[in-house]
Design a protein around this ligand. Structure first.
Ligand code: ADP
Ligand SMILES: Cc1cn([C@H]2C[C@H](O)[C@@H](COP(=O)(O)O)O2)c(=O)[nH]c1=O
Length: 243
């Protein structure tokens, strides 16, 4: 019977003179919304799989509301939807138990991982030589690190800020995400609210009456995030008392 704790490609025992597997890495790519994280995730997957490697794609709360990694460039791929309760070691081992190779993991929306799940990714790298490529937001709408991001910054072998600049309305590079609720920037609320950068119609009931607020995000430079200014004419809550 297959032991699910052992990857199907055996790791040479100590003293075995055959070439040891190349060391695996935990790589973390981060940035604000709309900087191309999901696009890069799909490009990495494409390049890895083209070399005959077998990957597993994970996501959590993709904007599409489907188990997908979807990029605004138009690409998308089916992924396994995980949540805070998912055991990532078990998930990969169940693939091995089913005879499927997992040479690498692509993890999108990695900011939503718990610190414990990030440690599981590190264990897969170190103990099982699985390469992990994680992609996520640097900071939340309050400009604070997400817990998953913080843990990735702490333990990843390689950390890269994505170089594609997202521009604030003023033309400066934008690194911070503002949450906009019914047209106004907010600074309190749940950490996780899945939404896009493009404004969408507010949710309505069958009669067409609004049942909730319209929520989207806007990338701003630090100055305009601090001031709460969403544009040259939109007032934003610039008058809000800052914490
Ligand atoms: N029509 C387009 N043509 C070229 N690039 C586009 C187009 N639409 C979106 N993009 C690029 O896609 C980026 C967003 O990519 P995406 O992977 O969805 O970002 P993220 O996952 O970081 O939110 C934008 O910053 C822009 O560079
Ligand atoms: C800033 C911030 C974002 N989110 C959500 C909004 C989106 O659903 C995702 C990020 O998607 P992207 O691929 O990077 O565009 O995260 C959130 O839940 N909380 C926040 O503070």
């Amino acid at each position: 019977m297959t032991d699910p704790s052992v990857p199907p490609v055996a790791v040479p025992a100590a003293g075995d003179r055959r070439r040891a597997p190349a060391p695996a890495h935990l790589r973390f790519f981060h940035g604000p919304m709309d900087c191309g994280k999901s696009t890069l995730a799909l490009q990495v997957d494409h390049n890895q799989s083209r070399q005959g490697r077998s990957g597993l794609l994970l996501t959590q709360g993709d904007r599409s509301a489907r188990p997908l990694i979807s990029s605004r460039v138009g690409l998308s791929r089916t992924a396994v939807e995980v949540d805070a309760g998912s055991d990532l070691l078990l998930l990969v081992r169940s693939h091995w138990a089913g005879g499927r190779r997992v040479d690498y993991l692509i993890v999108d929306e990695a900011q939503f991982l718990t610190p414990g799940q990030v440690d599981q990714l590190a264990e897969l790298v170190d103990a099982s030589h699985v390469d992990v490529y994680a992609f996520g937001l640097t900071t939340d709408f309050r400009a604070r690190l997400f817990p998953g991001t913080q843990r990735l910054l702490e333990v990843a072998d390689d950390v890269q800020r994505i170089q594609v600049e997202v521009l604030c309305w003023c033309g400066l590079p934008g690194l911070l995400n503002a949450r906009v609720v019914d047209g106004a920037m907010v600074r309190s609320g749940a950490t996780v609210v899945v939404a896009d950068t493009a404004p969408t119609p507010a949710p309505t009931d069958e009669a067409g009456d609004e049942t909730g607020a319209e929520v989207h995000y806007q990338v701003l430079c630090r100055r305009h995030h601090v001031l709460g200014q969403l544009g040259p004419t939109a007032a934003g809550p610039g008058q809000l008392a800052l914490p």
